[in-house]
Ligand binder design. Structure first.
Ligand code: CO8
Length: 257
């Protein structure tokens, strides 16, 4: 791949967007590479956690403005659909996805982070939806996911003002889960990924599905998803062996079975 680095170790995979000269702006080629890599990851049951980050001083500085500037309405629509499709793949991936936000998370970068399950930022991270300052709306899910994460009023303020916010404010409004010094970011994200990966992978995956399927539903319907996925856990040997090990006071490593 030209614009993406990929690494997999101990059930933890890492995607690094690698266009540091353009601050990792997402052009068509990068989106295409991300798209096919996500298909591979979805089919790889050996991956329990995915981390997405950026090379250099930026996470992702948005969609590629140079590529967008002369687009027609029809081309813009195709580009928006492409981005949304890729980000939905991130959101629906079988395993949790952690955005390791090392630096700029602007426009499409903030939107990609919002499509992840968990966002961990460095003190250097900067978040924002600068689109209206460029004459466009957010186009990779920003008008929809941001309000779900931080609430309607704050999301509207961020989008209408095109105001960037620093990591401490992002933490205060619930846009990120935690903030660390840049030099501690890798270690802290690895620690978190290892904790998630040490739990029963199928139970983690079913939890993700239950949470995301029920999120937009009425509570009566929402709990039905939990009932379905909870019951599904009892078809796994990790449930049987994990519970037996607890009762026998034995150590047990989950096998993703
Ligand atoms: N696209 C293309 N190139 C970019 C982008 C970008 N989003 N961001 C930075 N770059 C390039 C710069 O042009 C520059 O290139 P060069 O060295 O060739 O001049 C290089 O990266 C370094 O950038 P700067 O010199 O500007 O670095 P600074 O440290 O001075 O500033 C900033 C860093 C603040 C991040 C600044 O680069 C910036 O404001 N970038 C643009 C951020 C932005 O507005 N992002 C939103 C883009 S729009 C978007 O994401 C919409 C998504 C949905 C689209 C749907 C379409 C249908």
């Amino acid at each position: 791949m030209e614009n993406i680095l990929f690494d997999k170790k101990d059930h933890i995979a890492t995607i690094t967007i690698n266009r540091p000269k353009a601050l990792n702006a997402l052009n068509t080629n990068t989106l295409d590479e991300l798209d096919s890599l996500l298909d591979e990851i979805e089919n790889d049951e050996d991956i329990y956690v995915l981390i997405i980050t950026g090379e250099g001083r930026s996470f992702i500085a948005g969609a590629d403005i140079a590529e967008m500037v002369n687009k027609t309405k029809e081309e813009a629509e195709i580009y928006g659909i492409k981005g949304n499709d890729v980000f939905r793949k991130i959101e629906k991936l079988h395993c949790p996805v952690i955005a390791k936000v090392n630096g700029f998370a602007l426009g499409g970068g903030c939107e990609l982070a919002c499509a992840c399950d968990i966002r961990i930022a460095s003190e250097k991270a900067l978040f924002g939806q600068p689109e209206v300052g460029l004459g466009i709306t957010p186009g990779f899910g920003g008008t929809q996911r941001l309000q779900r994460l931080i609430g309607l009023g704050k999301a509207k303020e961020m989008i209408y003002c095109a105001r960037n916010i620093k990591a401490d404010e992002a933490l205060r409004i619930g846009l990120v889960n935690s903030v660390y010094k840049l030099e501690e970011l890798d270690e802290e994200v690895n620690k978190l990924a290892k904790i998630i990966a040490s739990n029963a992978p199928k139970a983690v995956s079913f939890s993700k599905k239950a949470i995301d399927s029920g999120r937009e539903k009425d509570i009566e319907d929402a709990v039905k998803y939990e009932e379905k996925y909870f019951a599904e856990c009892f078809t796994t040997s990790d449930q049987k062996n994990g519970m037996k090990a607890f009762l026998n006071k034995e150590k047990f490593e989950f096998e993703n079975k």
